[in-house]
Design a protein around this ligand. Sequence first.
Ligand SMILES: C[S@@+](CC[C@H](N)C(=O)[O-])C[C@H]1O[C@@H](n2cnc3c(N)ncnc32)[C@H](O)[C@@H]1O
Ligand SMILES: Nc1nc2[nH]cc(C(=O)O)c2c(=O)[nH]1
Ligand code: SF4
Ligand SMILES: [Mg+2]
Length: 192
Amino acid sequence: MEEFYTIQGEGYHKGTAAYFIRVGGCDVGCHWCDVKESWNAETHPPTAVEHIIENAARHSDTIVITGGEPLTWNMAPLTSGLKARGLKTHIETSGAYPLTGIWDWICLSPKKIKLPVDEVYEKADELKVIIYNKHDFDFAEEQAAKVNKDCILYLQPEWSRRDKMIPEIVTFVMKNPRWKVSLQTHKYLNIP
Ligand SMILES: C[S@@+](CC[C@H](N)C(=O)[O-])C[C@H]1O[C@@H](n2cnc3c(N)ncnc32)[C@H](O)[C@@H]1O
Ligand SMILES: Nc1nc2[nH]cc(C(=O)O)c2c(=O)[nH]1
Ligand code: SF4
Ligand SMILES: [Mg+2]
């Protein structure tokens, strides 16, 4: 759908320059999704994988593949090409579909309406749960019980609800310090 060089705004690698590849297509249907224009893959003309790899290698050694839901598609051709160039491959995923591709970092952001598959819970490096309302703290704990023991746990406010939920997240994290706060810092920095 689009490619851009920016700074990873969220989660563990926040603050790190990275080349983003946003893959079209998602049928999970989060009502608060901030890239709804990505959902219909047919509205985004296909781009040759080799061309994407060339562009990525010119910009950064850290490549974030997001969407849409990247695991809608087989990520093996794209990620093996990026790895062949010695690049680090990171994915942003809901985990709703089977894991394909070779990954240096997996950010799992689970969604209630289409839960992750077991393999993504097992392999996730970070769990990033979006907090839209107070019930989402219970969902976060349920999801944390399913990930591997080394997975780093983040709570990220849903953007439109940030003024309401940031104080709740702060209180929760101070009471439950195995969790950390993640903000969409790129939105504060006014960058893509
Ligand atoms: C747009 S999604 C694309 C990747 C994948 N479909 C997923 O949901 O992880 C990228 C990240 O943005 C988060 N996100 C999407 N809309 C958001 C919003 N309104 N507020 C906060 N985070 C949001 C998602 O939970 C996910 O962690
Ligand atoms: N700067 C920046 N950081 C991000 N981290 C995750 C994003 C995403 O949409 O997947 C994102 C994004 O869209 N922009
Ligand atoms: S899974 Fe990701 S891309 Fe799909 S609707 Fe939810 S936030 Fe948006
Ligand atoms: Mg985004």
